[in-house]
Design a protein around this ligand. Sequence first.
Ligand code: ADP
Ligand code: MG
Ligand code: MG
Length: 259
Amino acid sequence: DIVFAEGVDGKPHLLGKGAFGEVYLARWNYTEVAVKVLHVGENIRQQEEFRREAELLRALRHPNVVMYLGSCLVPGQQNMVVMEFAAGGTLSSKLATDGLAGQPRRFGWYGRGRMIAHGVATGLAYLHASHIIHFDIKSSNVLLDRAGLTAKIADVGLSKIARGSEVSQTMRGTESYLAPELYGYGSEKCTNKVDVYSFGVLLAEIITGEPPSKRFGLREPIVPDECPQEAVDLYRRCIDRDPLARPTALMVRRGQLTG
Ligand code: ADP
Ligand code: MG
Ligand code: MG
């Protein structure tokens, strides 16, 4: 049985909020787990989307992708997905808290930045090898383990299976991470290079310690001295306007991030 943990206020311990539900800390077989719960009474379409997300996550298994543990997807009942608890929280909150007050919030490339970026690239290469385009890579969808070193890609809610190389997608996701080929009013053709673009934005976020702004690629980020030129070059190549000029996730993983 799943036992929801109590927060300091006696209410269930909330880990995060989404558009159609919440994520809570719970205990399951003596293990801490995270439970994503869909609001009761969400419409059939939302229930279907939630089921799709759960099924997608269930099929995946990789140390850099948040691990599925179980689910309850009974129509009319409380729909939930149980997954491993990432005790380090989101990368976005880590980046926001680990800066010095009043200083640019630099995360440190050699401290943790490089390790985390490498983890995300490895998880992304696994997703792409599994013919999945994530479509929502961003710092609030990257979770960390307790040590804050192992990155886990979460939230496959917008993900799609891409059997061929191209899929159609409408403009969804978060604007500052969105690849230019997704800008449009209808259904745009795209490849898994949209995730590489988002990864590039994420990489710049790790390097500079600052959250990306809209149209990030147009502004020159402030790069700390300790950050090697290769990392800067890599992020620039990832956010190239031309999807074909961007490296694949596997190339990124095998590239400068390990050095
Ligand atoms: P949404 O699709 O609504 O964005 P997410 O799956 O991204 O939902 O989860 C929302 C938030 O809940 C995350 O940004 C994070 O703060 C928290 N969260 C989600 N899953 C976990 C987990 N496995 N461990 C710890 N926190 C989590
Ligand atoms: Mg999310
Ligand atoms: Mg989602």
